[in-house]
Write a protein of this length. Structure first.
Length: 417
């Protein structure tokens, strides 16, 4: 099956007819349809599949199935263990088609291309699709890879809730998976020699450079914080301004402070989700909760941005007779991808006359989480508009094929020699 056919088969799944965006949230019917698509794509290619204990999907191209000899020991420049590629299939609310799925579709297409060229793996090759990468339903990004790598506590993960109060444990159980099994999988990690994730660029550096594909240098440190402002519910038409304890006012101060602090430190800070309770048009809120996403070139800058936002919110809350609880929900340290692996990928691509400039990124990825446990690298595919997390996200078909070619070249070098 060609890349185009694979892409078209996934494109309708979880798409909202009104916005044109995607709502592929973990452990929902849309997620089940994505999982079924993954299993079918693997079956067509005679790849064995399984779900790991955290709900991540795996499809394996084994040396024995390919007719090759048993996996050799790693020699000079060789690898011991499996070569894994893939990404995720879930989306942000009304997200674009490419963020995540491009990496999974390209992984299957790259295997097709290698087979067409007569290559057989000398060591296992796996396509992975990690669950809850966006954190759109349960609030913690890269949850599947975090659990696999042992950086998120399983008990805390089971207790996470969505906006309707459904726990992760309940959602998994309803979908037929055992939440009691959540946690690190050391044997699976020990068998991975390298993880290479292909992803659409979430920016336009490649477009500005005139290049179709690139390599990742590393990922900025980033995290998410929940700011809960608690005041007193009251009547909007009868309560005097001086007598109010309105939590919306210090929340607004914190949001404005985020923009100022980010600009001051060359960072990024965003409040993209906010809830007001009880939510009446003619009522003063009793509680407002805002989620702050902050990213910076270094840890010191990140701490400074968040500290200034929280301080501004707390000062404003005190002035309005409002309480503020600030809680960090997730944290991802700065990631420098494995230099030896990145250099090896660069050499393999250059040998095929594939230009791939090295780029930093502020976007988090499963590769960034796994980099703490296994050698990891990333390939980017050009995004001409630079827009992401939006239905406007886009990659040209020719650039998608260039990404498949680059990924196949990398897999050939890592797994077929």
């Amino acid at each position: 099956m060609t890349f185009a056919a694979l892409w078209e088969s996934l494109l309708p799944v979880g798409r909202d007819s009104g916005t044109g965006g995607y709502r592929r949230f973990s452990w929902t019917p849309a997620d089940a349809a994505c999982r079924a698509w993954f299993v079918e794509a693997a079956a067509v290619r005679s790849l064995r599949t399984h779900d790991d204990r955290n709900g991540n999907l795996w499809a394996w191209w084994d040396p024995a199935v390919a007719g090759a000899a048993a996996e050799p020991a790693a020699g000079e420049g060789g690898l011991a263990g499996a070569v894994v590629t893939g990404s995720h299939l879930d989306s942000v609310p009304d997200g674009g088609a490419f963020d995540g799925p491009l990496g999974v579709v390209s992984a299957f297409a790259a295997i097709d291309l290698l087979r067409e060229r007569g290559h057989r793996p000398a060591r296992p090759v796996a396509v992975a699709a990690f669950t809850e990468e966006e954190g759109a339903r349960f609030g913690v990004a890269c949850l599947g890879s975090r659990l696999l790598a042992g950086v998120t506590d399983p008990a805390r993960a089971r207790a996470l809730t969505d906006r309707d109060g459904v726990t992760l444990a309940g959602a998994m159980a309803a979908a037929g998976h055992d939440p009691a099994a959540l946690g690190p999988d050391e044997s699976l990690l020990a068998g991975i020699a390298a993880y290479v994730e292909l992803h659409i660029e979430q920016g336009r550096a490649l477009a500005d450079l005139g290049e179709a594909v690139g390599l990742a240098a590393g990922i900025w440190p980033h995290g998410r914080w929940r700011l809960t402002f608690t005041g007193r519910a009251d009547h909007a038409g009868t309560t005097r301004l001086a007598g109010r304890r309105d939590p919306m006012l210090p929340c607004a101060t914190a949001i404005l402070a985020a923009r100022l602090a980010a600009a001051r430190h060359g960072a990024l800070a965003t409040v993209g989700k906010l809830t007001a309770e009880p939510g009446g048009v003619n009522a003063i809120c009793s509680r407002v909760t805002a989620w702050l996403d902050a990213r910076a070139p270094d840890e010191a800058g990140l701490r400074a941005v968040v500290g200034q936002v929280v301080a501004a919110g707390r000062d404003a809350a005190t002035a309005e007779g409002v309480d503020l609880e600030a809680r960090q929900e997730s944290a991802s340290p700065a990631v420098e991808f494995d230099a030896r692996l990145r250099d090896r990928l660069a050499r393999a691509l250059a040998a095929r006359d594939i230009s791939a400039p090295v780029l930093p990124t502020g976007a988090g990825h499963d590769a960034g989480v796994l980099a703490a446990r296994v050698p990891a690298a990333m390939l980017f595919v050009r995004n001409p508009s630079g827009v992401s997390h939006s239905p406007a996200e886009f990659a040209e078909p020719a650039d998608c094929l260039a990404g498949v070619e680059a990924l196949a070249t990398v897999l050939e070098d890592l797994a077929c020699r």
